[in-house]
Design a binder for this molecule. Structure first.
Ligand SMILES: Nc1ncnc2c1ncn2[C@@H]1O[C@H](COP(=O)(O)OP(=O)(O)OP(=O)(O)O)[C@@H](O)[C@H]1O
Length: 428
């Protein structure tokens, strides 16, 4: 049992919740029957032990939700998000751990959840809202507002099975928000429906929050979670990987997603040395990022100083070498986001025969946390010496975080024209 804290604002308390499933249907049925028999005879179900072909869909997950809070739930497909919402809403029981919910809870966890397809929209509003805890006179009072919000007045007396998925989603959302719940569980359903309806939903959610409703919101769209939720929980394979402030949670989630499938070492690259007979004059032999003391930076930090170091082996003198760096974001649309050449900076690079290190100093590393690939070349005029197609590196969050597409160094000042100038010296 949870020792319920003396916190009247606490609406949901999830404590060390685990849930196991079995992929084999026959075994799953067998285990179900075994569990029922064990429970009926008062035996121990051993919910904490996996039987053959079972796996943990959730393992030891804990978090709390307070009045007026919006909590994002993020994670890849199969991470356990829907399972967690189903447990909180009471649709399924956890194998171990406890969930405590205080107040009226409205689950919006599947399209048309709670709707009977053969009943009309009108009948479903009554059925659905009474399941969610409203009396008939209360439903009558809100009926017109629900139909108006859902925008389905024309179809209100048609069976719900004739509705499009967007119409069913509208009706589900309208019912849920009009019971004015203490807690609303939202599982991706806002992804359905057109843009106007989504905007209307988010406005309504903001209003509900002001009046104290708390949400748990599952979304695969990080921008939605960033905009709606101040705190988030990140699940992977049923385990809670990180919880806390949404920006930090989403950042770790995106870093993990972009790193998945990356097998090459990041942040440093050594190229095999070519025999002189195959060299075109200058060969790139290694690439890395460094700090101001020359130490290796396996992951440059957003907003902080970093040097790109390009080590070369030169077989001849070149007076006017041009180093080009083209950086592509690997998470996202794979578009080129930065293109720098020493030639366009009017910096002719003089290279003497032997080992040489070319450094490009970036006082404020402008890329946001994520995974990137840099294409790096060295040439003189149109004559190319060497090219590296993909130097992969990870940018991590520095002290400064941002929701923008790139980092902008900045300085602030306030000019009060009747007084002397007050300047804030700090650079961010
Ligand atoms: N009734 C069930 N029987 C067996 N396995 C199940 C059952 N329900 C869910 N699972 C499995 O549990 C794991 C977690 O599923 P869940 O639906 O909670 O993930 P999710 O994070 O919501 O994924 P998505 O983002 O794709 O909706 C998945 O591997 C899923 O296949």
């Amino acid at each position: 049992m949870i020792n319920y804290p003396n916190d009247s604002e606490l609406l949901i308390s999830v404590d060390k919740v685990s849930k196991k499933f079995c992929r084999n249907l026959k075994r799953s049925l067998l285990y179900g029957i075994q569990d029922i028999c064990t429970e009926l005879t008062g035996g121990n179900r051993h919910g904490d032990i996996l039987r053959p072909q079972e796996f943990w869909a959730l393992k030891d997950v804990s978090f709390q939700l307070r009045r007026g809070e919006a909590l994002g739930l993020v994670g890849a497909n199969g991470a356990g998000k829907s399972t967690l919402l189903r447990i909180i809403s009471g649709l399924i029981n956890p194998d171990t751990g406890t969930v405590k919910v205080r107040g009226k809870l409205a689950p919006l966890i599947a399209l048309g959840a709670g709707f009977n397809p053969v009943l009309t929209g009108r009948e479903n509003i009554y059925a659905n809202m009474s399941i969610l805890g409203l009396s008939t006179p209360e439903i009558e009072k809100r009926f017109d507002a629900v139909v108006d919000f859902a925008g389905i007045a024309d179809a209100i007396d048609a069976p719900v099975q004739t509705y499009s998925s967007g119409m069913a989603a509208r009706l589900g959302f309208a019912c849920a928000v009009h019971i004015e719940p203490d807690v609303l569980l939202i599982d991706e359903v806002l992804a359905v429906g057109d843009i106007n309806f989504r905007v209307k939903c988010y406005q309504r959610l903001a209003k509900l929050r002001e009046s104290g409703t708390a949400f748990v919101l599952v979304s695969h769209n990080p921008h939605v979670v960033l905009n709606v939720c101040e705190n988030s929980v990140y699940l992977a394979k049923g385990k809670l990987i990180k919880s806390g402030e949404t920006e930090a949670v989403i950042r770790q989630y995106e870093e993990d997603v972009s790193l998945a499938g990356t097998d090459t070492a990041l942040g440093m690259m050594f190229l095999p040395e070519k025999p002189e007979s195959q060299s075109l004059g200058i060969d790139i032999v290694s690439l890395c990022f460094q700090d101001e003391h020359g130490n290796l930076l396996t992951s440059p930090l957003c907003g902080q100083l970093a040097y790109l170091s390009v080590e070369c082996k030169a077989y001849k003198q070149v007076d006017n070498a041009n180093l080009g760096v083209s950086i592509t974001a690997l998470s996202g649309q794979n578009e080129r986001i930065l293109y720098i050449t020493s030639a366009s900076d009017n910096e002719p690079l003089k290279i003497l025969p032997g080992r040489v290190e070319i450094q490009m100093q970036m006082p404020y590393f402008c890329l946001l946390p994520g995974l990137y690939s840099a294409k790096i070349y060295i040439k003189e005029g149109v004559r190319s010496f060497d090219i590296v197609e993909s130097f992969r590196f990870m940018v991590k969050a520095g002290k400064i975080t941002s929701r923008s597409l790139f980092y902008q160094p900045r300085q602030w000042q306030v000019i009060n024209h009747n007084n002397s100038k007050f300047k804030i010296q700090t650079l961010y």
